[in-house]
Write a protein that binds this ligand. Sequence first.
Ligand SMILES: [Ca+2]
Ligand SMILES: [Ca+2]
Ligand SMILES: [Ca+2]
Length: 238
Amino acid sequence: MNKIFGIAALIVCAGAAQAAVITQWNFNSNPADASTATGLASPSVGAGAISVFGGVTQNFASGAGSSDPVTTDDSGFNTTTYQANPNAGPVLAVETRGVRVDVSTLTFQDIVLNFDWRTSNTGSDLLRVDYTTNGGTSWVLGTTLFDSAGGDTWNNNLTVDLTGVAAVNNNAQFGVRFVAVVDSATGRYRAANSGSTHAGTGTWRFDLVTVNGNVIPGPGAIALAGIGGLLAARRRRA
Ligand SMILES: [Ca+2]
Ligand SMILES: [Ca+2]
Ligand SMILES: [Ca+2]
């Protein structure tokens, strides 16, 4: 009996140390239907919502090249109708279009976002990830720009580490948004393929959008871990 209890306590310890998937989207049809042009906007793991904003439109398209381990009927969340550059000069009202993800982090801490991002040749080369802790009433702008490796190219396993941001822990109104960003040198959007001209008809595609976290240890888990440690010590002495 004591031995079983000790094993249970050790499993609790391991769970606290290793990040868990809170919510993940693979965008694949379930069940598979042999068409990558059909998919699911509902999460494949956990709960949450993904949406487009600012006039962006969305459909499903092939996820081939993403890090999704599913290779049959693998879809991605494909988006277009981004802002176009004016004929000359900088874009005026910038960074108003993109994709938004809302996930409750209740009972979780140490939040980390992972995603795969594909840019078409004429799609925007620069992406910023902002986060909200109040359901989108206000956004904290990301400080790092993701710069695509090229046109028609997947950039996989991109990471935004929010483990140092206590406000995103245990928060039912947590969310992130992926925003198309202009090149600060010109004030204009830049094409992901350096030989192409940026166009609002360019696409961004996403796959394996994942919000990870650690379960916040409750008083019960801490007590169990303590008992587990005592049992382990007793076994070592025996
Ligand atoms: Ca499908
Ligand atoms: Ca997929
Ligand atoms: Ca680039």
